[in-house]
Design a protein around this ligand. Structure first.
Ligand code: C5P
Length: 404
């Protein structure tokens, strides 16, 4: 499917540059034409000769080259591609992209591009986690730039965590998805819950939890990327609404249930929110005062949104997926939860204090259904979302769409 597709590959500086050489080979193998731009920093890591040999084309690196501009101007460079891929995308290039700079050939071509852009970030774990990098990426994603990775694991700098560039074949798969405008879930409607809920104690205080919403938001984005008409009902989080997703912000579990019910009928329901189990039974309309006697809060149980949705009658979604955040006997507890809540799949994950799942970028999932358990390796929450969306698309494939 990449036969005769034209990829403009922008290589920025990073040790992951060697993987870009492999990426060029994999793309060429599949019949794609690959034209490359290298930044000055990229040339510190891999040579233009290797890039030119593998791409079977000259390497573009100079904004001020009279010859290049007369043969193939920087505007044409990006316009004549079907897709612009930035791999590795360094923290610096991401920052320059988000600022809209055009101070070298790479950024100028990106700014002049009217084509989809896919970035594969690669950097040190602390640079990746830095609020500046995260804010820059969030802005780019809001503008429609797609992202693949980074993955988790050992980094070339010796540290461990997120920041490793996605593997070449993962990037190839992402390129194929972007270019195909993957339609596997088009005509399907999906409902996703995400984030925590906030249960008021009084008008200024509340009960909540540490859920970041990262996993639920990533799932909504992944379902939308496969063409599903996606509604994301989310409690308060720092996450931006993913592109192409309808976000319904809520605070309490009761509001979350009402918003979910309002989204029906849906074909797919993925309940990833960390819904507070209890609310204060009768929260006063005024701020509680300190008067020497701490108040006694009487709690009432919140509705279980997942079970309610899984036990709907005629309009039960074809697939209802829940999460089970456990600290012990992860799979055993997930199996019991699957039966108790009548859902089709449970994605169980370990949230014990050392796991780094809550608020972190990675997750280890066990997919439990009536037939058995599938253990997934440690993955980014984004990769978990993509894999789940793929599994959902595969499981719904034979059935006719409810919303043609
Ligand atoms: O019972 P527990 O909270 O462990 O169940 C987790 C699963 O149930 C998650 O999918 C969560 O979104 C969902 N849930 C819900 N409503 C609740 C509690 C949990 O939808 N009140």
């Amino acid at each position: 499917m990449l036969q005769n597709r034209r990829i403009l590959l922008i290589i920025s500086g990073g040790i992951a540059g060697y993987k870009s050489l492999e990426l060029i080979r994999r793309l060429r193998e599949r019949g794609a034409a690959v034209r490359c731009i290298m930044t000055a920093a990229a040339k510190q890591f891999i040579t233009p000769l290797s890039v030119a040999s593998l791409s079977e084309d000259k390497v573009y690196d100079d904004l001020w080259s009279l010859t290049d501009e007369s043969e193939m101007g920087h505007i044409r460079l990006s316009r004549e591609a079907d897709l612009v891929v930035v791999a590795p995308a360094s923290a610096d290039l991401i920052a320059r992209m988000s600022a809209g700079l055009a101070d070298d050939l790479a950024t100028t071509a990106l700014l002049a591009s009217d084509k989809p852009v896919l970035v594969a970030p690669a950097m040190n774990v602390v640079m990746w986690a830095h609020p500046a990098t995260q804010a820059n990426l969030a802005l780019l994603e809001k503008r429609g730039v797609r992202r693949i990775g980074p993955g988790c694991g050992e980094l070339a700098c010796g540290e461990t965590g997120s920041g490793r560039m996605a593997e070449p074949l993962e990037i190839v798969a992402a390129i194929e998805r972007v270019l195909s405008g993957d339609p596997r879930l088009s005509g399907r409607r999906a409902l996703v819950t995400s984030g925590p809920t906030r249960e008021p104690i009084d008008p200024v205080r509340y009960i909540s939890n540490h859920s970041s919403g990262k996993q639920g938001h990533a799932i909504a984005a992944a379902l939308a990327a496969l063409g599903a008409d996606t509604v994301l009902v989310s409690g308060p989080t720092q996450e931006l609404a993913p592109a192409g997703v309808q976000l319904v912000p809520v605070e309490t579990a009761a509001q979350m249930l009402a918003a979910c019910e309002a989204a029906f009928p849906v074909d797919i329901a993925v309940m990833a929110a960390a819904v507070a189990d209890w609310r204060v039974e009768s929260a006063p309309g005024h701020k509680l005062k300190k008067n020497g006697t701490p108040p006694v809060l009487r709690l009432a149980e919140n509705p279980d949104i997942l079970s309610r949705i899984a036990q709907r009658g005629n309009d039960r979604p074809s697939l209802v997926v829940g999460f089970a955040a456990e600290t012990e006997d992860v799979v055993g507890n997930a199996r019991r939860k699957l039966r108790r809540k009548h859902c089709d799949w449970i994605l169980a994950n370990d949230v014990s204090p050392g796991s780094g799942t809550f608020g972190g970028d990675c997750n280890t999932i066990h997919l439990v259904d009536a037939k058995g358990v599938e253990d997934w390796p440690l993955m980014t929450k984004e990769a978990v979302a993509a894999r789940l969306a793929e599994r959902i698309a595969a499981s719904l494939a034979p059935q006719p769409a409810r919303h043609p």
